[in-house]
Design a protein around this ligand. Structure first.
Ligand SMILES: [Zn+2]
Length: 265
């Protein structure tokens, strides 16, 4: 069962990776992302103890507030230095996984406990900064990566990506049912048969025009065999074409003559 909290994190990560790297500098976007990242950061063990003990031993109300402010600053500062590298990481991982590559996802510790049924119960935890018995202590960013891993482990895989040119957006896949193929309704319409028909129509027009151009070129080639002469004549007919385009047209017209001959033979 997927919880609302999980769902919110999936939506957050999808939005996060859809944010272009340069947009992380936008004050408003940055602020909202920092708030989220701060929620994921674990403070060093000793700071967590302070957080837990705030308000005990009949502390002054003013002191309590000062401690809270200080802890918030600590979280905030850590979120600041985490944002850019984590963004790069998340984009690369989701993009890579969807493209079929193997990716390094996160650093975690597996904590085991033997259950009464003689089964090993494992819990995956981020290594905690400053925690004396942690194998990989020392990186406050790891809880962020661990949360990301937790989200990625969902069955079926929680993200999809629209490969269409001009889109490339990531989206959250439904927990049940057919996987989505488009990022939005607008995107689906862009790939719809009506749009495809329109594209085919434009292509057809272009081909018709090309056919006419080639016919004119062939007529000119029959009249003038000298390159200088037929290029001059072609220049009059197709004033907006460059020399290279004209030469290309000649090449196609000559090719068309050859294939025509082959057909009639
Ligand atoms: Zn799209």
């Amino acid at each position: 069962m997927e919880t609302t909290e999980q769902r919110q994190w999936e939506n957050f990560f999808a939005e996060f990776v859809n944010t272009p790297h340069a947009k992380l500098q936008d004050p408003q976007i940055r602020e909202s992302l920092l708030v989220k990242i701060s929620q994921l950061i674990d403070l060093p063990y000793r700071m967590q103890m302070i957080k837990r003990d705030i308000g005990e031993d009949g502390e002054e109300e003013g002191d309590k507030e000062r401690w809270k402010e200080w802890l918030k600053d600590m979280e905030r500062g850590r979120a600041e230095i985490t944002l850019e590298p984590f963004h790069r990481h998340a984009v690369e991982v989701i993009k890579g996984l969807l493209a079929g590559y193997e990716k390094h996802i996160a650093v975690v510790e597996v904590v085991g406990k033997l259950a009464p049924n003689r089964r090993l119960k494992e819990t995956i935890l981020p290594p905690q900064e400053d925690l004396p018995h942690s194998v990989l202590a020392g990186d406050y960013r790891l809880p962020v990566y661990a949360k990301f891993l937790h989200v990625l482990r969902r069955h079926p895989f929680p993200f999809g990506r629209r490969e269409r040119k001009g889109c490339g957006k990531f989206f959250v896949q439904p927990v049940r049912g057919k996987p989505r193929r488009y990022c939005s309704t607008a995107c689906r319409l862009q790939s719809s048969p009506a749009v495809a028909r329109h594209t085919a129509y434009v292509q057809e027009l272009r081909q018709k025009r090309r056919k006419t151009e080639i016919a004119i070129t062939r007529a000119i080639l029959r009249q003038w065999s000298d390159q200088k002469e037929y290029l001059r004549e072609l220049g009059k007919q197709f004033s907006q074409k460059s020399r290279r385009q004209l030469l290309n047209l000649v090449k196609q017209a000559k090719g068309a003559v050859k294939t025509k001959r082959k057909e009639t033979a």
